[in-house]
Design a protein around this ligand. Structure first.
Ligand code: NAP
Length: 287
């Protein structure tokens, strides 16, 4: 990649930001298609967020991705939101259109594209079991509902957060077939008789030795397992692999949410295979 006087800048705002994998696959995609863009990591402390957003306009960058901890806070500094960002009240992608900043959130659509294109799994009419009620669970539930799932079961360590997610789904997304399973009761046999897909949206699994949240005998019954953790092969994924249950890890979602950002910035179809390949090459020693 050659940086020239004409090169346009994109990147990611985060704090910390050193763990980000996005520069790897975004730059590979720009290079592959001969697009004169570069993608950089920007460490932005919370107290500097407003100034950092102004920099997008001042330096006429193409746009940025936004990650932890800025996805909510950044909304107050941008000019316009797409429909999904309005509903979820988060932004993970900003596009600079002649000095006007538009915010998008691509996590949910990235998850769905990954499930359908990589997982070859159609969620329509399926019963979903989601562990977790954090930011990614909101995005994933929204995108699953848009694909006409039958029902959603949520379990979460903190019960009140599951209640908030359920209320969000019923009121804002107007989807009523959602039920909370108390965290302590998540392994009750009866629940698992109808579940098609199990999705882990918690950070459990990121560290070696993290506990398995669902019993193996219940995992056995599902048709698909998706763990959005992407830094290692989790116990949940190892079990799905052993049981020969179709499954996906978070790298797939990561690529597709980035591919959608790429498409917003460039107006071109993202070379998803090139993005995946660059990521696999980079992470094979750690994964
Ligand atoms: N693959 C991708 O593209 C992608 C995209 C986004 C996020 N992620 C990954 O998804 C995970 C969650 O991200 P997020 O943004 O949704 O985070 P978040 O908003 O902070 O939510 C974290 C969730 O994990 C639960 N949790 C945390 N520690 C737990 C534990 N020890 N036992 C049980 N539950 C626990 C939390 O439960 P409480 O409500 O009880 O705190 C909450 O539901 C992270 O690993 C992140 O890297 C992947």
């Amino acid at each position: 990649m050659k940086i020239k006087g004409t090169t346009k800048i994109t990147g990611v705002f985060g704090y910390p930001v050193t763990h980000t994998l996005s520069p790897i696959f975004q730059n590979s995609a720009f290079e592959y298609l001969g697009i004169d863009f570069v993608y950089l990591p920007f460490e932005v402390k919370p107290e500097n967020l407003k100034t950092a957003v102004e920099a997008i306009k001042v330096f006429n960058w193409i746009g940025v991705n936004v990650t932890i901890p800025h996805k909510k806070e950044i909304i107050k500094y941008i000019d316009e939101l797409d429909e999904t960002s309005k509903i979820l009240e988060v932004v993970n992608t900003i596009h600079n259109l002649d000095g006007k900043l538009k915010g998008y959130t691509t996590d949910g659509d990235g998850f769905i594209r990954s499930l359908i294109e990589d997982g070859k799994f159609d969620p329509e009419n399926k019963n979903i079991f989601i562990i977790g009620a954090g930011g990614s669970a909101y995005a994933i539930c929204g995108s699953l509902i848009s694909k006409k799932v039958n029902s959603i079961f949520i379990t979460n360590r903190t019960f009140e957060n599951a209640v908030k997610l359920k209320e969000h789904i019923q009121r804002k997304l107007n989807f009523q077939k959602v039920e909370i399973i108390e965290f302590e009761k998540r392994n009750e046999k009866k629940i698992w008789e109808s579940i098609d897909i199990l999705i882990n949206t918690t950070s459990v699994g990121m560290k070696e030795g993290d506990t398995l949240l669902i019993d193996k005998k219940n995992i056995e019954k599902v048709k698909f397992v998706y763990d959005i953790v992407y830094n290692r092969k989790t116990e949940l994924l190892k079990i799905a692999e052993n049981l020969k249950i179709p499954h996906l890890d978070g790298l797939s979602m990561l690529v597709y949410q980035g591919a959608i950002s790429f498409e917003i910035w460039t107006g071109k179809k993202a070379p998803v295979d090139i993005m995946k390949k660059s990521l696999q090459e980079f992470s094979k020693f750690k994964y």
